[in-house]
Ligand binder design. Structure first.
Ligand code: PAN
Ligand code: ZN
Length: 189
């Protein structure tokens, strides 16, 4: 393949040109938010757009690097901030770099062994997600959270583990402040 370049338009995070645009609405996040009644009430009104991802595709083989932008819109389901689904990589021992371009958020991360880490994302911050850590971006601000991500082309995604078990920790608004708390629905198995 040949070298290629694209532009990131800020503050919206649009990548031009791009190969794929993924949109995730509230309906695709069933069971992920702690406050199920708040989720149902919200969904009954509107299937709100929670986040978007622009990607430039590369062959899904070792040696390639895949990159794109992720835009998590501001909002909450009950007290819990809008977030991505989150995943482990299918090839578990593959890492990822995130560069925060706009907004204010957290990256929630955890390992299969039970270690947990939540790191703040502010414009200019580069975050390294080491191999084997599941990751989810969470928007705690009033504006879009825009990040650039880069990960190995052969990493793939395992969404099932998080869909079934959830993350051990979630971030909710408490007295107008973000609070990292235990996920009441987290399943040990
Ligand atoms: C990112 C994420 C992106 C959307 O490209 O895929 O932020 O989050 P979900 O994939 O959890 O819906 C990444 O981490 N890729 O590996
Ligand atoms: Zn990833």
């Amino acid at each position: 393949m040949n070298p290629f370049a694209s532009n990131i338009h800020l503050p919206e995070g649009l990548l031009t040109p791009h190969h794929t645009r993924i949109t995730r609405r509230l309906s695709s996040m069933k069971g992920q938010y702690a406050d199920q009644p708040a989720f149902d009430t919200m969904l009954a009104k509107e299937d709100t757009l929670i986040y978007e991802v622009y990607e430039n595709k590369v062959p899904e083989v070792r040696g390639q690097l895949l990159h794109g932008t992720s835009i998590v819109h501001p909002g909450k389901v009950g007290d819990e901030y809008f977030m991505t689904k989150g995943h482990f990589h299918k090839v578990l021992a593959t890492a990822e770099v995130y560069y925060c371009l706009h907004g204010h958020g957290f990256m929630m991360m955890e390992t299969p062994e039970g270690e947990s880490s939540a790191m703040e994302l502010l414009p200019g911050m580069v975050l390294y997600v080491p191999p084997c850590w599941a990751h989810r971006s969470i928007n705690i601000g009033n504006d879009d959270l825009v990040t650039l991500f880069i990960y190995p082309g052969d990493a793939g995604h395992d969404y099932g583990t998080i869909e079934t078990k959830g993350f051990r920790k979630i971030i909710v608004e408490n007295d107008s402040q973000p609070a990292i708390v235990d996920n009441p629905h987290w399943l040990a198995k």
